[in-house]
Design a protein around this ligand. Structure first.
Ligand code: IPE
Length: 262
């Protein structure tokens, strides 16, 4: 079984001021994913469908008073509705390409405690997999058991590492809009070099650079999650979804430029 994350930066125009789909990329990526015919879970990011609302309403921040709580209720509703709409469009496209994609809204069966997943009905996901479906999950706004914040945002990255451990994935692939992990930010430093392999022993000080953050928690947060997964015995590969053919190669287990975390 493989788990693949498609970053919100590949599916949407991430810095748009309103939710905006990248239709060409979605069409291409869905086609590339159809190259894989075995057990697969797809997790996608939220891009401009989620981050705009999560930020505006401060979801995951401590709730200061009753009015702030009412505001956050509105924010959770709007965030959930927006990312669910993106998930609907992603699933529709995957189905068009012949993938039996089933949208599974994480907030309906997942909660967090201090922003980390503490409950998830993986049995339900397993059942869909066993019946031949391809579950499609996504970063979402969920209930948090910390009474001071009550709600939290879970990233697709956190979801894939949780599911990979719980469902014993054979391979984990993460795609975003960069080739992998660099010695520095490749968007601002032309001398930055791609690291083909990252382990606990790799000196990663430079990746703490804020500029390199591209998703919830930044690239450093992503690497930390993936190193934990490697400790657990599951390797993961970071690739660039913006480059045509990469996802097809990665899901089919062929060599592709990227960073292997092991
Ligand atoms: C974010 O998920 C979820 C919300 C903001 C609701 P991700 O962190 O996985 O999304 P991307 O990949 O950065 O867009």
């Amino acid at each position: 079984m493989i788990i693949i994350k498609i970053g919100g930066s590949a599916l949407t125009v991430k810095d748009a001021d309103k939710p905006t789909l990248d239709e060409d990329n979605l069409e291409r990526i869905a086609g590339e994913l159809s190259a894989y015919n075995d057990d697969m879970i797809i997790v996608h990011g939220a891009g401009s469908y989620g981050h705009i609302y999560a930020k505006k309403y401060g979801i995951g921040d401590v709730i200061s008073n009753v009015n702030d709580h009412l505001y956050k209720l509105e924010g959770v509703c709007r965030t959930q509705a927006s990312v669910q709409l993106l998930n609907y469009m992603v699933c529709e496209k995957l189905q068009e390409k012949g993938i039996p994609a089933i949208g599974m809204k994480p907030s309906a069966y997942m909660t967090t405690n201090n922003k980390r997943i503490d409950m998830c009905d993986t049995g339900l996901i397993r059942k869909y997999l066993d019946n031949g479906f391809v579950p499609v999950l996504y970063g979402d706004a969920v209930l948090d058991n910390n009474d001071y914040m009550k709600y939290a945002i879970i990233s697709g990255d956190q979801i894939i590492t949780y599911l990979a451990e719980d469902l014993h994935a054979d391979r984990v692939i993460l795609s975003s809009d960069v080739d992998g992990i660099y010695t520095d930010n490749p968007k601002t430093n032309p001398d930055a070099e791609l690291l083909e392999v990252v382990t606990r022993d790799t000196d990663l000080k430079t990746t703490e650079n804020e500029n390199q953050a591209d998703v919830t928690g930044g690239m450093y947060g992503k690497i930390r999650e993936l190193l934990d997964l490697a400790d657990y015995g599951i390797e993961s590969l970071i690739i660039n979804a913006d480059k045509p053919g990469n996802i097809r190669l990665a899901v089919s287990g062929q060599k592709v430029k990227g960073t292997l975390i092991k």
